[in-house]
Design a protein around this ligand. Sequence first.
Ligand code: GLV
Ligand code: MN
Ligand code: MN
Length: 422
Amino acid sequence: MNADTPRREDLQLGREIVGRINELAAISEDPARLTRLFLTAEHRAAAELILDWMRQAGMSAHMDPIGNVRGRYEGERDGLPALMLGSHYDTVVDAGKWDGPLGLITAISGVADLHRRGLKLPFAIEVVGFADEEGVRFASTLLGSRAVAGTFDESVLSVRDRAGISLREAVKAFGLDPGQIAKAARVRGDLLGYLELHIEQGPVLEQENLPVGVVTAIAGATRLAARLTGMAGHAGTVPMQLRRDALAGAAECIHVIEELCRADASGLVGTVGYIHASPGATNVIPGEAAFTIDMRAPSDIHRERAVTGIVHRIEEIASRRQLGLQIDVTHENRTAPCAPWLRAQIAEAIAAEGFRAFDLPSGAGHDGMAMIDVADVGMIFVRCRGGVSHHPDEHVELADADAGARVLLRLVENFRPQTGAQ
Ligand code: GLV
Ligand code: MN
Ligand code: MN
Protein backbone atom coordinates (compact mmCIF):
# COMPACT_ATOMS: atom_id res chain seq x y z
CA MET A 1 0.00 0.00 0.00
CA ASN A 2 1.40 3.43 -0.88
CA ALA A 3 1.58 5.54 2.29
CA ASP A 4 1.03 8.77 0.32
CA THR A 5 -2.24 7.56 -1.19
CA PRO A 6 -5.18 9.59 0.15
CA ARG A 7 -7.46 7.12 1.93
CA ARG A 8 -10.96 7.21 3.36
CA GLU A 9 -10.26 5.87 6.79
CA ASP A 10 -13.81 5.12 7.75
CA LEU A 11 -14.95 2.77 4.93
CA GLN A 12 -17.87 5.15 4.48
CA LEU A 13 -18.56 4.20 0.88
CA GLY A 14 -18.16 0.51 1.60
CA ARG A 15 -20.57 0.62 4.53
CA GLU A 16 -23.23 2.44 2.52
CA ILE A 17 -22.81 -0.03 -0.35
CA VAL A 18 -23.02 -3.15 1.83
CA GLY A 19 -26.09 -1.76 3.63
CA ARG A 20 -27.83 -1.20 0.30
CA ILE A 21 -26.77 -4.59 -1.06
CA ASN A 22 -28.57 -6.16 1.91
CA GLU A 23 -31.61 -3.91 1.50
CA LEU A 24 -31.95 -4.81 -2.17
CA ALA A 25 -31.38 -8.53 -1.48
CA ALA A 26 -34.45 -8.51 0.78
CA ILE A 27 -36.58 -7.97 -2.36
CA SER A 28 -37.03 -11.49 -3.66
CA GLU A 29 -39.78 -13.62 -5.21
CA ASP A 30 -38.89 -16.32 -2.70
CA PRO A 31 -37.87 -15.19 0.79
CA ALA A 32 -35.65 -18.27 1.18
CA ARG A 33 -33.82 -17.95 -2.17
CA LEU A 34 -32.88 -14.62 -3.71
CA THR A 35 -34.66 -14.58 -7.06
CA ARG A 36 -35.61 -11.38 -8.88
CA LEU A 37 -36.48 -12.10 -12.48
CA PHE A 38 -37.10 -9.55 -15.20
CA LEU A 39 -40.50 -7.77 -15.13
CA THR A 40 -41.83 -9.36 -11.95
CA ALA A 41 -43.43 -7.51 -9.03
CA GLU A 42 -40.16 -7.81 -7.08
CA HIS A 43 -38.24 -6.42 -10.04
CA ARG A 44 -40.57 -3.41 -9.93
CA ALA A 45 -40.11 -2.99 -6.14
CA ALA A 46 -36.33 -3.12 -6.57
CA ALA A 47 -36.52 -0.53 -9.37
CA GLU A 48 -38.48 1.87 -7.14
CA LEU A 49 -35.88 1.57 -4.39
CA ILE A 50 -33.01 2.18 -6.82
CA LEU A 51 -34.79 5.21 -8.34
CA ASP A 52 -35.12 6.59 -4.84
CA TRP A 53 -31.38 6.12 -4.18
CA MET A 54 -30.59 7.84 -7.47
CA ARG A 55 -32.69 10.87 -6.54
CA GLN A 56 -31.11 11.06 -3.09
CA ALA A 57 -27.73 11.11 -4.87
CA GLY A 58 -28.67 14.28 -6.75
CA MET A 59 -29.69 12.62 -10.00
CA SER A 60 -32.81 13.04 -12.07
CA ALA A 61 -34.15 9.51 -12.45
CA HIS A 62 -36.74 7.55 -14.39
CA MET A 63 -37.58 4.06 -15.62
CA ASP A 64 -37.15 3.60 -19.37
CA PRO A 65 -39.54 1.59 -21.62
CA ILE A 66 -37.75 -1.77 -21.13
CA GLY A 67 -37.56 -1.38 -17.32
CA ASN A 68 -34.00 -0.06 -16.97
CA VAL A 69 -33.63 2.49 -14.17
CA ARG A 70 -31.76 5.54 -15.40
CA GLY A 71 -30.24 8.37 -13.40
CA ARG A 72 -28.45 11.48 -14.64
CA TYR A 73 -26.12 13.77 -12.71
CA GLU A 74 -25.54 16.89 -14.75
CA GLY A 75 -22.04 18.26 -15.25
CA GLU A 76 -20.78 21.83 -14.97
CA ARG A 77 -23.67 22.76 -17.24
CA ASP A 78 -26.76 20.91 -18.32
CA GLY A 79 -26.78 18.70 -21.41
CA LEU A 80 -23.09 17.77 -21.60
CA PRO A 81 -22.09 14.36 -23.06
CA ALA A 82 -22.21 11.67 -20.41
CA LEU A 83 -19.95 9.02 -18.98
CA MET A 84 -22.24 6.04 -18.36
CA LEU A 85 -21.86 3.79 -15.32
CA GLY A 86 -24.00 0.76 -14.70
CA SER A 87 -24.75 -2.85 -13.97
CA HIS A 88 -27.89 -4.99 -13.65
CA TYR A 89 -30.52 -5.47 -10.96
CA ASP A 90 -32.11 -8.75 -12.09
CA THR A 91 -30.76 -11.99 -10.61
CA VAL A 92 -30.53 -15.68 -11.40
CA VAL A 93 -32.59 -18.19 -9.37
CA ASP A 94 -31.23 -18.70 -5.83
CA ALA A 95 -28.70 -15.98 -6.52
CA GLY A 96 -25.95 -14.25 -4.63
CA LYS A 97 -26.70 -10.65 -3.74
CA TRP A 98 -23.62 -8.99 -5.30
CA ASP A 99 -23.80 -10.04 -8.96
CA GLY A 100 -25.08 -6.87 -10.65
CA PRO A 101 -26.17 -4.81 -7.64
CA LEU A 102 -22.57 -4.19 -6.50
CA GLY A 103 -21.73 -2.21 -9.65
CA LEU A 104 -25.01 -0.34 -9.73
CA ILE A 105 -25.02 0.58 -6.04
CA THR A 106 -21.33 1.54 -6.14
CA ALA A 107 -22.01 3.89 -9.06
CA ILE A 108 -24.90 5.52 -7.17
CA SER A 109 -22.79 5.88 -4.02
CA GLY A 110 -20.01 7.45 -6.06
CA VAL A 111 -22.38 10.04 -7.50
CA ALA A 112 -23.83 10.65 -4.02
CA ASP A 113 -20.30 11.38 -2.82
CA LEU A 114 -19.75 13.93 -5.60
CA HIS A 115 -23.14 15.46 -4.78
CA ARG A 116 -22.33 15.73 -1.06
CA ARG A 117 -19.14 17.58 -1.98
CA GLY A 118 -21.02 19.80 -4.43
CA LEU A 119 -18.66 18.64 -7.16
CA LYS A 120 -19.69 18.99 -10.80
CA LEU A 121 -17.51 17.52 -13.54
CA PRO A 122 -16.90 18.72 -17.10
CA PHE A 123 -19.27 15.97 -18.28
CA ALA A 124 -22.52 14.42 -17.07
CA ILE A 125 -22.70 11.04 -15.37
CA GLU A 126 -25.49 8.64 -16.25
CA VAL A 127 -26.11 5.61 -14.06
CA VAL A 128 -28.10 2.70 -15.45
CA GLY A 129 -29.55 -0.26 -13.61
CA PHE A 130 -30.05 -2.72 -16.45
CA ALA A 131 -33.30 -4.66 -16.26
CA ASP A 132 -32.25 -7.98 -17.79
CA GLU A 133 -28.67 -9.14 -17.89
CA GLU A 134 -29.16 -12.70 -16.71
CA GLY A 135 -31.70 -13.69 -19.35
CA VAL A 136 -33.32 -16.24 -17.06
CA ARG A 137 -36.96 -15.48 -17.84
CA PHE A 138 -36.96 -15.07 -21.63
CA ALA A 139 -34.25 -17.25 -23.20
CA SER A 140 -32.67 -14.15 -24.81
CA THR A 141 -30.44 -11.99 -22.61
CA LEU A 142 -28.97 -8.47 -22.26
CA LEU A 143 -32.39 -7.08 -23.16
CA GLY A 144 -31.95 -3.93 -21.04
CA SER A 145 -28.52 -3.02 -22.35
CA ARG A 146 -29.48 -3.89 -25.93
CA ALA A 147 -32.32 -1.39 -25.69
CA VAL A 148 -29.85 1.29 -24.53
CA ALA A 149 -27.36 0.33 -27.24
CA GLY A 150 -30.10 0.55 -29.89
CA THR A 151 -29.74 -3.13 -30.86
CA PHE A 152 -32.92 -4.47 -29.25
CA ASP A 153 -34.43 -7.05 -31.61
CA GLU A 154 -38.21 -6.48 -31.74
CA SER A 155 -38.82 -10.13 -32.69
CA VAL A 156 -37.83 -11.06 -29.11
CA LEU A 157 -41.12 -9.50 -27.95
CA SER A 158 -42.86 -12.70 -29.11
CA VAL A 159 -40.64 -15.01 -27.05
CA ARG A 160 -42.55 -16.67 -24.19
CA ASP A 161 -41.38 -17.52 -20.68
CA ARG A 162 -41.96 -20.96 -19.17
CA ALA A 163 -45.45 -19.90 -18.04
CA GLY A 164 -46.36 -19.00 -21.64
CA ILE A 165 -46.29 -15.20 -21.12
CA SER A 166 -44.72 -13.33 -24.02
CA LEU A 167 -42.17 -10.58 -23.45
CA ARG A 168 -44.64 -8.14 -25.04
CA GLU A 169 -47.32 -9.14 -22.51
CA ALA A 170 -44.89 -8.95 -19.60
CA VAL A 171 -43.70 -5.45 -20.59
CA LYS A 172 -47.34 -4.29 -20.76
CA ALA A 173 -48.22 -5.93 -17.43
CA PHE A 174 -45.25 -4.07 -15.92
CA GLY A 175 -46.94 -0.82 -17.01
CA LEU A 176 -44.58 -0.09 -19.91
CA ASP A 177 -45.25 0.31 -23.62
CA PRO A 178 -43.36 -2.19 -25.83
CA GLY A 179 -43.85 0.16 -28.78
CA GLN A 180 -41.60 2.70 -27.04
CA ILE A 181 -38.55 0.47 -26.42
CA ALA A 182 -36.58 2.08 -29.26
CA LYS A 183 -36.73 5.34 -27.28
CA ALA A 184 -34.42 3.85 -24.63
CA ALA A 185 -31.52 3.97 -27.11
CA ARG A 186 -28.54 6.32 -26.88
CA VAL A 187 -26.30 7.22 -29.77
CA ARG A 188 -22.54 6.86 -29.73
CA GLY A 189 -21.78 10.59 -29.75
CA ASP A 190 -23.85 11.09 -26.55
CA LEU A 191 -21.65 8.83 -24.48
CA LEU A 192 -18.01 9.30 -23.51
CA GLY A 193 -17.73 5.67 -22.47
CA TYR A 194 -19.38 2.91 -20.47
CA LEU A 195 -17.82 1.75 -17.21
CA GLU A 196 -18.98 -1.17 -15.11
CA LEU A 197 -17.76 -2.44 -11.78
CA HIS A 198 -18.71 -6.07 -11.07
CA ILE A 199 -17.66 -8.92 -8.82
CA GLU A 200 -15.11 -11.13 -10.51
CA GLN A 201 -17.21 -14.32 -10.14
CA GLY A 202 -13.97 -16.31 -10.28
CA PRO A 203 -10.99 -16.99 -7.98
CA VAL A 204 -8.14 -15.13 -9.73
CA LEU A 205 -8.07 -11.89 -7.71
CA GLU A 206 -8.19 -13.90 -4.50
CA GLN A 207 -5.19 -15.93 -5.70
CA GLU A 208 -3.38 -12.70 -6.55
CA ASN A 209 -4.27 -11.24 -3.14
CA LEU A 210 -5.80 -8.19 -4.80
CA PRO A 211 -9.16 -6.49 -4.12
CA VAL A 212 -9.64 -5.17 -7.65
CA GLY A 213 -8.55 -5.87 -11.23
CA VAL A 214 -8.73 -4.48 -14.76
CA VAL A 215 -10.86 -6.48 -17.20
CA THR A 216 -9.28 -7.05 -20.60
CA ALA A 217 -12.27 -8.55 -22.47
CA ILE A 218 -15.63 -10.22 -21.88
CA ALA A 219 -15.78 -13.75 -23.32
CA GLY A 220 -18.39 -14.43 -25.99
CA ALA A 221 -21.27 -16.84 -25.39
CA THR A 222 -23.86 -18.89 -27.25
CA ARG A 223 -27.07 -20.17 -25.69
CA LEU A 224 -29.18 -22.87 -27.30
CA ALA A 225 -32.55 -24.44 -26.54
CA ALA A 226 -32.97 -28.10 -27.50
CA ARG A 227 -36.07 -30.28 -27.50
CA LEU A 228 -36.01 -34.04 -28.05
CA THR A 229 -39.26 -35.81 -28.82
CA GLY A 230 -39.69 -39.56 -28.42
CA MET A 231 -42.62 -41.66 -27.34
CA ALA A 232 -44.10 -41.71 -23.84
CA GLY A 233 -45.09 -45.16 -22.64
CA HIS A 234 -45.51 -47.61 -19.78
CA ALA A 235 -42.37 -47.99 -17.63
CA GLY A 236 -43.18 -51.63 -16.95
CA THR A 237 -44.22 -52.96 -20.31
CA VAL A 238 -42.10 -51.42 -23.09
CA PRO A 239 -38.86 -53.41 -23.61
CA MET A 240 -35.68 -51.31 -23.47
CA GLN A 241 -34.83 -51.95 -27.15
CA LEU A 242 -38.19 -50.58 -28.27
CA ARG A 243 -38.14 -47.35 -26.30
CA ARG A 244 -37.74 -43.86 -27.66
CA ASP A 245 -36.89 -42.25 -24.32
CA ALA A 246 -36.34 -38.50 -24.77
CA LEU A 247 -34.78 -37.98 -21.36
CA ALA A 248 -32.26 -40.80 -21.84
CA GLY A 249 -31.38 -39.12 -25.16
CA ALA A 250 -30.92 -35.79 -23.39
CA ALA A 251 -28.68 -37.46 -20.80
CA GLU A 252 -26.44 -38.74 -23.60
CA CYS A 253 -26.31 -35.24 -25.11
CA ILE A 254 -25.31 -33.75 -21.75
CA HIS A 255 -22.59 -36.34 -21.36
CA VAL A 256 -21.22 -35.56 -24.84
CA ILE A 257 -21.20 -31.80 -24.13
CA GLU A 258 -19.28 -32.38 -20.93
CA GLU A 259 -16.78 -34.73 -22.60
CA LEU A 260 -16.10 -32.37 -25.50
CA CYS A 261 -15.53 -29.39 -23.21
CA ARG A 262 -13.38 -31.37 -20.76
CA ALA A 263 -11.17 -32.57 -23.58
CA ASP A 264 -10.59 -28.98 -24.74
CA ALA A 265 -7.52 -27.20 -23.41
CA SER A 266 -8.42 -23.72 -24.64
CA GLY A 267 -10.91 -22.69 -21.95
CA LEU A 268 -14.08 -23.91 -23.69
CA VAL A 269 -16.91 -24.38 -21.15
CA GLY A 270 -20.35 -25.86 -21.68
CA THR A 271 -23.30 -26.06 -19.28
CA VAL A 272 -26.75 -27.62 -19.36
CA GLY A 273 -28.41 -25.62 -16.60
CA TYR A 274 -32.07 -26.39 -17.26
CA ILE A 275 -33.89 -29.56 -18.22
CA HIS A 276 -37.55 -30.46 -18.23
CA ALA A 277 -38.94 -33.91 -18.98
CA SER A 278 -42.56 -34.68 -19.83
CA PRO A 279 -44.92 -36.01 -18.85
CA GLY A 280 -42.82 -36.31 -15.67
CA ALA A 281 -44.04 -39.35 -13.75
CA THR A 282 -42.08 -42.19 -12.15
CA ASN A 283 -43.80 -44.90 -14.13
CA VAL A 284 -43.93 -43.17 -17.53
CA ILE A 285 -41.15 -43.22 -20.14
CA PRO A 286 -40.36 -39.57 -20.89
CA GLY A 287 -41.78 -38.60 -24.29
CA GLU A 288 -40.18 -35.19 -24.40
CA ALA A 289 -37.09 -33.51 -22.93
CA ALA A 290 -36.26 -29.83 -23.28
CA PHE A 291 -32.91 -28.48 -22.17
CA THR A 292 -30.66 -25.44 -22.54
CA ILE A 293 -26.98 -25.30 -23.50
CA ASP A 294 -24.62 -22.43 -22.57
CA MET A 295 -21.29 -22.44 -24.41
CA ARG A 296 -18.40 -20.01 -23.86
CA ALA A 297 -14.77 -19.72 -24.93
CA PRO A 298 -12.12 -17.02 -24.93
CA SER A 299 -11.97 -17.20 -28.76
CA ASP A 300 -15.08 -16.58 -30.86
CA ILE A 301 -13.93 -18.87 -33.68
CA HIS A 302 -13.26 -21.65 -31.23
CA ARG A 303 -16.70 -21.22 -29.59
CA GLU A 304 -18.46 -21.16 -32.97
CA ARG A 305 -16.67 -24.36 -34.07
CA ALA A 306 -17.46 -26.05 -30.76
CA VAL A 307 -21.15 -25.13 -31.05
CA THR A 308 -21.29 -26.52 -34.58
CA GLY A 309 -19.60 -29.72 -33.39
CA ILE A 310 -21.99 -30.14 -30.48
CA VAL A 311 -25.08 -29.55 -32.62
CA HIS A 312 -23.77 -32.20 -35.02
CA ARG A 313 -23.30 -34.72 -32.18
CA ILE A 314 -26.79 -33.99 -30.81
CA GLU A 315 -28.24 -34.58 -34.29
CA GLU A 316 -26.46 -37.95 -34.42
CA ILE A 317 -27.77 -38.95 -31.00
CA ALA A 318 -31.33 -37.95 -31.91
CA SER A 319 -31.19 -39.83 -35.19
CA ARG A 320 -29.71 -43.02 -33.67
CA ARG A 321 -32.35 -43.00 -30.92
CA GLN A 322 -35.16 -42.13 -33.38
CA LEU A 323 -35.97 -38.93 -31.53
CA GLY A 324 -37.32 -35.76 -33.08
CA LEU A 325 -35.04 -32.78 -32.55
CA GLN A 326 -35.51 -29.05 -32.52
CA ILE A 327 -32.48 -26.98 -31.63
CA ASP A 328 -32.35 -23.18 -31.74
CA VAL A 329 -29.78 -20.54 -30.90
CA THR A 330 -31.49 -18.23 -28.38
CA HIS A 331 -28.57 -15.90 -27.69
CA GLU A 332 -25.21 -15.17 -29.25
CA ASN A 333 -22.61 -12.62 -28.28
CA ARG A 334 -19.13 -12.19 -29.64
CA THR A 335 -16.20 -11.48 -27.31
CA ALA A 336 -16.18 -7.83 -26.26
CA PRO A 337 -12.73 -6.31 -25.81
CA CYS A 338 -12.40 -3.53 -23.23
CA ALA A 339 -11.04 -0.30 -24.72
CA PRO A 340 -7.29 0.12 -24.14
CA TRP A 341 -7.67 3.83 -23.25
CA LEU A 342 -10.26 2.99 -20.55
CA ARG A 343 -8.16 0.09 -19.29
CA ALA A 344 -5.24 2.50 -18.91
CA GLN A 345 -7.34 4.95 -16.85
CA ILE A 346 -8.69 2.11 -14.67
CA ALA A 347 -5.14 0.85 -14.07
CA GLU A 348 -4.08 4.39 -13.14
CA ALA A 349 -6.93 4.72 -10.61
CA ILE A 350 -6.11 1.32 -9.11
CA ALA A 351 -2.45 2.24 -8.75
CA ALA A 352 -3.37 5.62 -7.24
CA GLU A 353 -5.42 3.77 -4.61
CA GLY A 354 -2.27 1.84 -3.72
CA PHE A 355 -2.97 -1.49 -5.41
CA ARG A 356 -1.14 -3.36 -8.15
CA ALA A 357 -3.01 -2.98 -11.46
CA PHE A 358 -3.68 -6.53 -12.60
CA ASP A 359 -5.30 -7.53 -15.92
CA LEU A 360 -7.73 -10.43 -16.22
CA PRO A 361 -10.40 -11.53 -18.69
CA SER A 362 -14.07 -12.04 -17.81
CA GLY A 363 -15.50 -15.50 -18.39
CA ALA A 364 -18.94 -14.26 -17.30
CA GLY A 365 -21.20 -12.18 -19.52
CA HIS A 366 -21.92 -8.52 -18.77
CA ASP A 367 -23.98 -5.64 -20.10
CA GLY A 368 -20.80 -4.26 -21.68
CA MET A 369 -21.22 -6.95 -24.38
CA ALA A 370 -24.23 -5.00 -25.62
CA MET A 371 -23.01 -1.52 -24.69
CA ILE A 372 -19.93 -1.94 -26.90
CA ASP A 373 -22.21 -1.16 -29.86
CA VAL A 374 -22.78 2.37 -28.57
CA ALA A 375 -19.74 3.19 -26.42
CA ASP A 376 -16.21 2.07 -25.58
CA VAL A 377 -16.35 -0.23 -22.56
CA GLY A 378 -14.18 -0.51 -19.44
CA MET A 379 -14.66 -2.86 -16.48
CA ILE A 380 -13.33 -3.09 -12.94
CA PHE A 381 -13.53 -6.44 -11.15
CA VAL A 382 -13.85 -6.73 -7.36
CA ARG A 383 -12.64 -9.85 -5.55
CA CYS A 384 -15.30 -12.24 -4.26
CA ARG A 385 -14.76 -14.99 -1.71
CA GLY A 386 -13.59 -18.26 -3.21
CA GLY A 387 -14.66 -17.05 -6.65
CA VAL A 388 -18.18 -18.27 -5.81
CA SER A 389 -21.02 -16.71 -7.83
CA HIS A 390 -24.52 -17.58 -9.06
CA HIS A 391 -24.84 -19.12 -5.60
CA PRO A 392 -26.19 -17.77 -2.30
CA ASP A 393 -22.68 -18.01 -0.76
CA GLU A 394 -21.43 -15.25 -3.07
CA HIS A 395 -19.62 -12.76 -0.81
CA VAL A 396 -17.57 -9.56 -1.00
CA GLU A 397 -15.68 -8.20 2.00
CA LEU A 398 -16.59 -4.71 3.18
CA ALA A 399 -12.99 -3.53 2.61
CA ASP A 400 -13.10 -4.79 -0.99
CA ALA A 401 -16.44 -3.12 -1.69
CA ASP A 402 -14.91 0.08 -0.34
CA ALA A 403 -11.73 -0.36 -2.41
CA GLY A 404 -13.80 -0.87 -5.56
CA ALA A 405 -15.83 2.25 -4.80
CA ARG A 406 -12.72 4.35 -4.24
CA VAL A 407 -11.23 3.15 -7.51
CA LEU A 408 -14.43 3.91 -9.43
CA LEU A 409 -14.79 7.34 -7.85
CA ARG A 410 -11.17 8.25 -8.52
CA LEU A 411 -11.52 7.02 -12.08
CA VAL A 412 -14.62 9.17 -12.63
CA GLU A 413 -13.13 12.28 -11.02
CA ASN A 414 -9.96 11.98 -13.13
CA PHE A 415 -11.75 10.77 -16.25
CA ARG A 416 -10.37 12.10 -19.52
CA PRO A 417 -12.44 11.51 -22.65
CA GLN A 418 -10.59 9.81 -25.43
CA THR A 419 -8.75 12.30 -27.60
CA GLY A 420 -10.82 12.87 -30.68
CA ALA A 421 -14.07 12.04 -28.83
CA GLN A 422 -16.19 14.96 -27.78
C1 GLV B 1 -24.34 -13.77 -16.56
O1 GLV B 1 -24.12 -13.79 -15.37
C2 GLV B 1 -23.74 -14.76 -17.40
O2 GLV B 1 -22.52 -14.72 -17.59
O3 GLV B 1 -24.47 -15.66 -17.83
MN1 MN C 1 -23.73 -9.99 -13.54
MN1 MN D 1 -24.95 -13.29 -13.27
